[in-house]
Design a protein around this ligand. Structure first.
Ligand code: GLU
Length: 471
């Protein structure tokens, strides 16, 4: 059997958005599943809209997601000679011809057809004409007049296109550049692509591409057109639905494995399994199981998956990914407790790394304000005694370990004849500013002695000021 070869062929006119990333993922998985090759091709023939920044953004997004390619990136702009050679070949075979129909003629033709409720199409006016190659002209492909193109799409099923519906499309513009349909055909052919997996906005281009391939005496690859992604309002997913660029998800604190897991389930399923390791995705992925219908992007589900991967991820890796998010809060994690220990204590408590950074900042610097509700409830005069005792005991504790800290808090509660919470909660609000944090022993241990004492003093002052106000 021939080796499976797939490709991802983005046009570098923007970011790598989630729709493109999913198409890339499906192509990558299909290649990996079959032990085949995955090719990256940059379709930059639209010189006005293609940019180097966009190429970089696409490469950055692919790298972040871990969708490594086996060949490429190939750039279409470096292959113009090859496209020209194929155009020459089609010309020599009489399967392409020069056309110098002026814009006015084409416009008039279109209007006439529209008035008759016909599908606008080129009428083949120049098919038999001699057009001076020295004068401005385009080159058109001579599409078959009759018959049909049958596409057995792996996702969509059989789609039949009648050749009468297609016209002689332009394959070379008047400036000499090849058009999309021509360059795609040449590349898919030259790169030995066996499976073209792409967005279903290209379904209507498929019969044209198949006809050009046939004219060149080549077999068409298999096609799989992936349905689009919708926003929760039912419209095609776009910028106004929030983040759509892969890099933006990274910056918002999503893990690549969470986004990949989310994207693979967007339109594909394997029983009712939701969590897939990369190996499982590769093992189970099958194009035939991709849904025909469009899928709706659900940010809540992505957050749920992200929380899962943060909670169960290797703490050292999460710490590594968390570091830049702390940096954005002007925190240098080297100046404070071991970040891996902080991650272990906090892992289950945040849906994104941005949130994890926000709830971990107090380990590295004093918080600004108390959560008003927590302060009102726990920093009351009755908390003065337990806090003062805790301060004294913490100051002299020899063994600064979670175990010793636990025993210390326990001991104060026993001395005062109160439940542990009556000591731990005021202490927690004093040290972290709010009522939620990891266990009090871990919290105190990680915050460190000096900051604990400083913050308890602040809480005692807060209680006294409040007593003054209320008294
Ligand atoms: N360059 C095209 C796009 O970005 C994809 C072409 C293809 O996959 O055939 O939409």
């Amino acid at each position: 059997m021939t080796q499976v070869r797939t490709r991802f062929a983005p046009s570098p006119t923007g970011y790598l958005h989630v729709g493109g990333a999913r198409t890339a993922l499906f192509s990558w998985l299909f290649a990996r599943h079959h032990g085949g090759a995955f090719v990256l091709r940059i379709e930059d023939t639209d010189l006005e809209r293609s940019t180097a920044e966009s190429v970089n953004a696409i490469l950055e997004g692919m790298t972040w997601l871990g969708l490594e390619y086996d060949e490429g990136p190939f750039f279409q702009t470096r292959r113009f000679d090859r496209y020209q050679a194929v155009i020459d070949e089609l010309m020599a075979k009489g399967l392409a011809y020069r056309c110098d129909c002026p814009r006015e003629r084409l416009d008039a033709l279109r209007e006439e057809q529209m008035a008759k409720r016909l599908k606008p199409r080129y009428d083949g006016h120049c098919r038999g004409r001699e057009v001076d190659p020295a004068k401005p002209h385009v080159i058109r492909f001579r599409n078959p007049d009759s018959g049909s193109v049958v596409v057995d799409d792996i996702i969509r099923g059989r789609v039949v296109f009648s050749n009468e519906e297609l016209d002689d499309l332009v394959i070379r513009r008047s400036d000499g550049s090849p058009t999309y349909n021509l360059s795609v055909v040449v590349d898919d052919m030259d790169m030995g692509i066996t499976h073209v997996i792409r967005g279903d906005d290209h379904l209507n281009n498929t019969p044209r591409q198949v006809n050009i391939l046939r004219a060149l005496g080549k077999e068409a690859p298999r096609y799989a057109h992936v349905p689009m992604i919708l926003g929760d309002d039912g419209a095609r997913l776009s910028k106004r639905h929030g983040a759509v660029s892969v890099i933006q998800y990274r910056d918002e604190g999503f893990l690549p494995e969470a986004l990949l897991n989310y994207l693979v389930r967007l339109g594909w399923s394997h029983g009712d399994q939701e969590i897939f390791s990369l190996d499982e995705m590769i093992e189970y992925f099958d194009l035939a199981e991709v849904n025909k219908a469009a899928s709706v992007f659900n940010t809540e589900k992505l957050r749920w998956l992200n929380q899962h991967y943060i909670t169960h991820g290797d703490p050292a890796r999460i710490a590594h990914l968390l570091s830049p998010h702390l940096g954005r809060l002007d925190i240098d994690p080297a100046q404070g407790p071991d970040l891996v220990e902080v991650v272990k204590a906090q892992q289950g408590r945040a849906a994104t790394l941005v949130e994890l950074a926000a709830i971990s900042a107090f380990f590295y610097r004093d918080f600004e304000d108390y959560d008003p509700k927590a302060a009102k409830k726990h920093l009351r005069p009755v908390a003065r005694e337990p806090l003062a005792r805790a301060r004294a005991a913490l100051e002299t504790l020899d063994d600064w370990t979670p175990e010793a800290l636990h025993a210390l808090v326990d001991g104060i509660a026993a001395d005062l004849g109160v439940k542990m919470g009556k000591v731990a909660q005021p202490l927690r609000v004093a040290v972290v500013g709010r009522a939620a944090s990891p266990g009090i022993d871990l919290t105190l241990w990680l915050v460190g002695r000096e900051a604990c004492l400083r913050r308890i003093d602040r809480a005692l002052a807060h209680i006294d000021a409040r007593a003054g106000d209320e008294g």
